[in-house]
Design a protein around this ligand. Structure first.
Ligand SMILES: Cc1cc2nc3c(=O)[nH]c(=O)nc-3n(C[C@H](O)[C@H](O)[C@H](O)COP(=O)(O)O)c2cc1C
Length: 141
């Protein structure tokens, strides 16, 4: 993962963790995904969203201008809180190019279990963001 200063051309990425609002249900999640996929499609953005134990982990990538615009919408969305940015910057190549927004939850894979497993042994323990990305890329949906 590169973390150059953000330039407003080329591809960029944004990785964060947030807490889903209390009472967020399956219907709310479907609404989020439907709107996200429509907008990402129009903006040329791709990525993935993982939901586990009331937490969201999202990787979003695409043209910097459009990316920054959608990030602002995500940051002000009241359906989640305690947003912690794990990484952002420029990107040479997309990681989720076939996905307008792939979705996964515990049924597909568990980040907590993955960190505890041998798959994580190649990840630097101090590189939490790198571990999250490696996990997201390992999930089979
Ligand atoms: C966890 C989460 C992930 C989201 N991901 C995306 C996304 O990938 N793309 C997107 O356009 N909107 C996404 N949204 C929805 C936006 O936050 C926002 O509701 C939507 O883009 C409408 O934007 P507006 O506030 O400018 O009307 C997400 C919302 C949440 C809570």
């Amino acid at each position: 993962m590169t973390s150059d200063p953000i330039m407003f051309d080329g591809l960029g990425f944004f990785l964060y963790r947030s807490t889903a609002c209390d009472g967020l249900n399956v219907g709310d999640l479907e609404d989020i995904l439907k709107a996200a996929r429509q907008r990402n499609d129009a903006a040329g953005l791709t990525g993935c969203l993982h939901h586990e134990d009331g937490l969201f982990f999202q990787w979003l990538e695409g043209p910097q201008y459009q990316l920054q615009h959608v990030i602002q919408s995500i940051l002000r969305d009241t359906r989640h809180r305690d947003i912690s940015v794990l990484g952002e910057g420029s990107l040479a190549q997309r990681r989720f190019q076939d996905w307008r927004m792939r979705f996964s939850d515990r049924e597909h894979g568990s980040l907590m279990d993955w960190f505890a497993s041998s798959s994580a042994s190649t990840v630097d323990p101090s590189d939490y963001a790198g571990g999250v990305v490696a996990f997201l890329q390992s999930v089979a949906v």
